[in-house]
Design a protein. Sequence first.
Length: 230
Amino acid sequence: MSSGIQDDNALHSEPPHPEASPSNSVHSGIGVFGGSFDPIHVGHLWMAEAALDQLPINHVRWIPAATSPLKPNGPLGDNSQRLQMLRLALAGQSGHEIDTWELDQNGVSYTVDTLEHLHAKHPDSPLFLIIGADSLDSFDRWKSPTKILDLCTLAVIARGGHAPPDYSILNDFASEVMIEQCRAAEIKMPQIEVSSSDLRKRIASKRSIRFQTPHPVEVFIRSESLYQQN
């Protein structure tokens, strides 16, 4: 991936919003939402808000990845650009925090390492890893899947119009009790027909992305001339 432009003043964990602190909520869990966010779009925002509504968590922790091991070509937007788009999209929204720990490592982002970091930092907060059903399908290719399931509960996005998530892939890595906990944490969502890859294609072909990403993000993409070519 592109290593990005490292801004020491920008690439730090966002301060928690007052409404998102555990002391102000009966829910002590943390929703962990990782991805390239290249760019962030309304589907991401809708999924995160659904997680906040349906899971026993006090906030969703957005963790932009530096390099995903399953996407070795990396994002097109550099670290600072993707971080700025996240900040623009989430500005003023309670229950959402940005964590730049993976960007600060500036290398391949393994979920298990991030979860170990979060568990050490928040030992009393159950972790719920928010993933799509497509990510569940490739779970056996992840680094240390058994360790991941020891550290968190998977919260799989079940989207309307798609086949139900198939949890059988977890059979080799977790007990039936742990798998049932993942089933219980499933996040119900309507069908969403928007993706970062489609937005990049639309921008490259000079088509509108209006209402598919927050307006400040759209303005930033235009000002930075992002995604002008495939």
